[in-house]
Write a new protein. Structure first.
Length: 277
């Protein structure tokens, strides 16, 4: 059983008033604002209640991301961060944490440059569990998905409010791990969450897909996380965390500690809100 499957199975046994415990999935960009912060931040997020970590791989043209995460990618690329750096930090993380699932989120170009087979081999070897490739639609993933699955990696795809039932069915044929539902039209951090619309779409998706459903985009604080948790198996929080990277430049240990504390506080509040349901 993969780490992702094991984690969601474990959460089903940890009941809340509304059912299973909802997974909390924070997103951070590798090497933002400095390479030194990523590893201790990952461990701190787990301590604060994260069930799965979504680790960003920077790309120069992040089409799905709003200004906050675009700037995070720019800060990361200033350190010449590559997929190899993502692999390195996961390797270090796995030395002391072999249970927390890690999902890498990025774009297709760097993976194609590396090659599907090479990427899958290196990602699996370092301890990555799933991959979200924002600009890889399931209908074009003929060679990509088998390369990942052959190495035990879960290909995780996005669905949107505009996704048709035909697209949902096609995604069901290739996806594993969980499905990432983008809860709003637009880019990350772009709008206020419409929880009733999320509930309706998640119910529709469940008619065709027997996988956990994570909801992201628009979850910025504990209240919105708790509202989404009523219908979702996981909540993903990104921009609200990444904004904290601009508190200072993170060059000193003291500055990095401030950033990590701020992010831990956000996640602890969300974890408490989710567990109170």
């Amino acid at each position: 059983m993969s780490r992702l499957a094991a984690r969601f199975a474990e959460l089903k046994t940890r009941k809340s008033k509304t059912g299973s415990r909802t997974a909390l999935i924070p997103y951070v960009m590798t090497s933002d604002p400095t390479p030194e912060i990523t590893l201790p931040l990952m461990h701190a997020m787990v301590e604060a209640g994260a069930d799965i970590i979504e680790l960003g791989a920077p790309f120069s043209d992040p089409m799905a991301d709003g200004p906050v995460i675009q700037l995070a990618a720019e800060r990361s690329l200033q350190h010449n961060t590559s997929l190899h750096d993502v692999f390195s930090v996961v390797t270090e993380f796995r030395k002391t944490d072999d249970k927390t699932p890690i999902v890498v989120m990025g774009y297709l170009n760097p993976i194609e440059v590396m090659g599907y087979q090479s990427f899958a081999e290196q990602a699996a070897a370092c301890g990555i569990d799933g991959v979200i490739t924002v600009d890889m639609p399931p209908v074009e993933a003929g060679e990509y998905v088998p390369a990942l699955k052959a190495r035990g990696l879960d290909p995780i795809f996005l669905l949107a409010p505009t996704s048709t039932q035909e697209r949902i069915r096609k995604l069901a044929d290739v996806a594993s791990g969980f499905v990432y539902y983008v809860s709003l039209k637009g880019v990350t951090g772009a709008a206020t969450l419409d929880v009733s619309s999320v509930e309706e779409k998640v119910a529709e998706i469940r008619q065709f897909i027997d996988l956990p459903i994570g909801v992201g985009f628009g979850i910025s604080e504990a209240q919105s996380a708790a509202k989404v948790a009523v219908c979702a198996d996981a909540v993903v929080v990104g921009s609200a965390i990444v904004k904290k990277m601009t508190l200072n430049n993170g060059k000193t240990e003291a500055e990095r500690s401030i950033i990590i504390k701020e992010i831990s506080d956000i996640l602890s509040a969300m974890r408490s809100a989710l567990d109170s349901l």
